[in-house]
Design a protein around this ligand. Structure first.
Ligand SMILES: Cc1ncc(COP(=O)(O)O)c(C=O)c1O
Length: 351
């Protein structure tokens, strides 16, 4: 197409299957039932919803609730249509053609996609051989490449490794570039870098309602940073980005977080059970602080499980196959383990 920007020619559109049946362990969602009180609240809210009016363009009630939650001023918070949207706005606001962006490798695919769309080049600093963060290599990457923007994914998707706040502080203080700490899975780690935002003006922490808080379908993410950084994003953010439904449902969740504590705790304890069970089956499973596991095996795990309507994500890294398996409910995890046990017996018989 003669009118298309040349750099888009080599770019593939993002694809994801829309699966609504079976056991969905491919996208790191919280598969526990959503709290009944949330359903009840939204059912009542529908009767009075102001759908004929534009929504609050600044999602003020939601930003204020988030600000109270993190004890920061409300002009230190911005909401996006998922944290994906905020990733794109940050890159749009910062990058000039050819600018460098540094990220761990492997990490979240949208860092590469959005960097590319916004004219930048993504430089990956490989994780260590056990897929933990290699902090000295990351610091050396920053020194050598002098990137304009740095992503830290904590815990990292797809590997589940995590940094401490001290390690992240070392990274933030090593540069004047913008540092984005993406805490999409932070609730499963149980720590946040948001207190660091008070000390560093080049830092933004991104979080989302899509994972621990079961709202992937509502598309709400947010960023916490000092006011000038938030103002920068607001210059780019289009009016009315969050619809009224999204604002309302996220406001309920942030003001009723305790309703999600049991499912988050169950996922964290199931994570350890699943790691142990998969290791016993001879699979290589890496440590994870998130709600998914990074698994290495020559078996076609995705094919084996899809036959039983259990869906996981097949991924590749350095020419090798890997699988990312979200932690489901105890019942879902048991079904997954049982299918794999059966298959392990079949493999043993065939060997
Ligand atoms: C590390 C990470 N960051 C951000 C996102 C985007 O989440 P959302 O746009 O649903 O808020 C995801 C989603 O998979 C993710 O894994």
């Amino acid at each position: 197409m003669p009118f298309m920007k040349q750099n888009l020619a080599g770019l593939e559109a993002y694809k994801a299957p829309y699966i609504t049946t079976g056991i969905k362990l491919d996208a790191n969602e919280n598969t526990h039932p959503i709290p009944q009180a949330l359903r009840d609240h939204m059912r009542e809210w529908v009767d009075s919803m102001l759908i004929s009016l534009y929504p609050d363009t600044n999602s003020i009630a939601l930003c204020e609730a988030l600000a109270r939650n993190y004890e920061v001023p409300s002009d230190w918070v911005v909401c996006g249509v998922g944290s994906d949207q905020l990733i794109d706005y940050l890159l749009r606001a910062v990058l000039k053609e050819g600018d460098k962006v540094l990220a761990p490798g492997p990490s979240f695919s949208m860092y590469r996609q959005s960097t590319f769309i916004n004219g930048g080049q993504l430089i990956e600093v490989p994780l260590a051989s056990d897929f933990s963060y290699d902090v000295p290599a990351f610091l050396e990457g920053i020194r050598k490449e002098q990137p304009q923007l740095i992503f830290i994914c904590n815990p990292n998707n797809p590997t589940g490794c995590a940094l401490t706040n001290e390690e992240m502080e070392r990274i933030v203080t090593s540069t004047s570039a913008l540092v984005i700490i993406d805490e999409a899975y932070g609730e499963f780690l149980g720590e946040t870098a948001i207190p660091l935002v008070k000390k560093y003006s080049n830092l933004i922490v991104l979080k989302t309602f899509s994972k621990a808080y079961s709202l992937a379908g509502a598309r709400v993410g947010y960023g916490v940073a000092q006011a000038p950084l938030i103002t920068m994003i607001n210059k780019i953010r289009p009016p009315f980005n969050l619809n009224i439904f999204a604002q309302e449902v996220a406001l309920w969740v942030i003001t009723h977080q305790e309703a999600f504590a049991p499912s988050i705790a169950a996922i964290v304890s199931e994570r350890e059970r699943l790691i142990k069970a998969l290791k016993e089956l001879g699979l290589t499973v890496y440590n994870s602080k998130a709600n998914f596991l990074w698994v290495e095996t020559p078996l076609a795990l995705d094919e084996i499980l899809t036959k039983e309507e259990i869906f996981i994500k097949k991924m590749g890294y350095n020419g090798k196959p890997y699988f990312r398996i979200s932690i489901g409910t105890p019942k879902e995890n048991t079904l997954l383990i049982n299918v794999l046990k059966k298959e392990a017996r079949v493999c043993a018989q065939q060997a």
